[in-house]
Design a protein around this ligand. Sequence first.
Ligand code: NDP
Ligand code: 8X3
Length: 252
Amino acid sequence: MDNYVFITGATSGFGEACARKFSSEGYNLIITGRREQRLTQLQDELRKDGTNIISLCFDVRNLSEVEQAVSSLPEEVKNKISILINNAGLAVGREPIDQGNIDDWERMIDTNIKGLLYVSKSIIPFLKNNQKGHIFNIGSIAGKEVYPMGNVYCGTKHAVDALSRAMRIDLVDYNIKVTNIAPGAAETEFSLVRFKGDQHKADATYDGFEPLVAADIADTIYFVATRPQHVTINDLTIMPTAQASATVFHKE
Ligand code: NDP
Ligand code: 8X3
């Protein structure tokens, strides 16, 4: 396989699982994130398995870092990017709207919306040149529904859902597929980040039911990415069986 998969947020959770899955299926990788040591560890590990892998350490919120990182790639690599997985993202805090922390709001909006846009704008020209490609935007059940104290996070994921639909329209003439992936509760570092390092609160999120794990999302993305060229899965909501909606769970 000659193609490269460009993954944002590959230092943990869904992004790391996607790196492992696509590497095991013979794809080359460009893995990105802010935690350089984790990137290097993953790069060293997957290289041993024979994957061509480049790591780029940058913050998706910083436009010039994004542009510099992408332009540092060798020309022949840029031209072989066939899949972009816009995965980097986070929730921070869970308060009623009037009690929200402005810095938390900025982090979510800057990462989940603006970061996704900066990376997309930097990578789409290479997909257009190839007249084919596949963009995965990691949305959420929070982009389909809203729930108490989810306000700004839900707003950012509704924006991702809208941007997925908009990208599909703008890119249809270039044979570029766009898939919005909307997972329900999955046990990754997501809740630890949301609750600002409070492991007890993070663990309690998954009490009494079996959540998704990162590999479930990676397997799903791989399945969608490997449909025939004339088939696109536009939008896929994937939930734990015990979760019927953003707020309705069957808990033991
Ligand atoms: P994790 O916290 O495990 O992973 C998040 C990843 O995003 C990390 O690799 C992190 O890397 C990266 N990231 C965060 N902020 C930035 C930034 N400013 N610049 C670059 N990279 C960044 O969570 P998940 O794997 O669960 O989350 C992945 C995506 O899935 C997110 O968009 C999340 O909103 C979404 N999602 C998660 C669900 C869940 O229940 N877990 C359900 C639905 C959607 P680093 O810190 O090294 O920069
Ligand atoms: C993450 C899942 O339910 O916390 O997007 O919004 S949820």
